[in-house]
Design a protein around this ligand. Structure first.
Ligand SMILES: Nc1ncnc2c1ncn2[C@@H]1O[C@H](COP(=O)(O)OP(=O)(O)OP(=O)(O)O)[C@@H](O)[C@H]1O
Ligand SMILES: [Mg+2]
Length: 149
């Protein structure tokens, strides 16, 4: 039924649940998984724990763009590791721009036939069922889209 599953991840608990469901479906259908994280802009990413201290102690110099990519890669890698341990093939994507636009673009480029996305993410407004990213992706998705709660 599903062959190419795209899972947008932002480091939130809901996105992690989406990854777990996607992993289950991928095993069931023999599908591939692509994980995507979209960098909104400079300053939007939380550095992986301990990285700043390491950079200072080792005198590591990174450009801001390198640093943001590293943080994004960390978000994607954390989720990819568990899926790969289950024997699943995982592609890692990091894009820059408006998250929903980039997620929908990645789905089209990769021929995704399913998007599994968290209903909410790391953002703040309590009480809403969908966030701005999951709401827009559900509206614009070129394929079936499951929002995970
Ligand atoms: N930058 C991102 N890159 C990839 N996926 C994302 C990104 N932001 C959100 N997502 C995905 O969308 C889901 C819902 O997050 P969303 O950002 O819509 O809700 P929120 O953070 O609670 O609200 P808002 O960001 O509108 O304040 C997340 O669980 C994740 O799957
Ligand atoms: Mg958000």
């Amino acid at each position: 039924m599903f062959k190419n599953i795209l899972v947008p991840v932002d480091g939130s608990a809901n996105a992690h649940k989406a990854v777990e469901l996607a992993g289950d479906l991928a095993r069931h259908y023999g599908a591939q998984i692509a994980l995507v994280h979209v960098l909104r802009r400079a300053g939007d990413v939380v550095a992986p724990e301990g990285l700043e201290g390491y950079m200072a102690s080792e005198h590591v110099r990174l450009t801001e763009q390198d640093f943001l990519r590293l943080a994004a890669t960390e978000i994607v890698d954390r989720e990819a590791a568990a899926l790969e341990a289950m024997g699943l093939a995982v592609e890692r994507l990091v894009e820059i721009g408006d998250p929903a636009t980039e997620i929908v673009g990645a789905a089209k480029r990769h021929g995704a036939d399913l998007i599994v996305i968290g209903s909410r993410g790391r953002g703040g407004v309590v009480g809403l069922l969908l966030g701005s990213v999951s709401g827009k992706v559900a509206q614009l998705a070129p394929c079936t889209c499951i929002t995970v709660r």
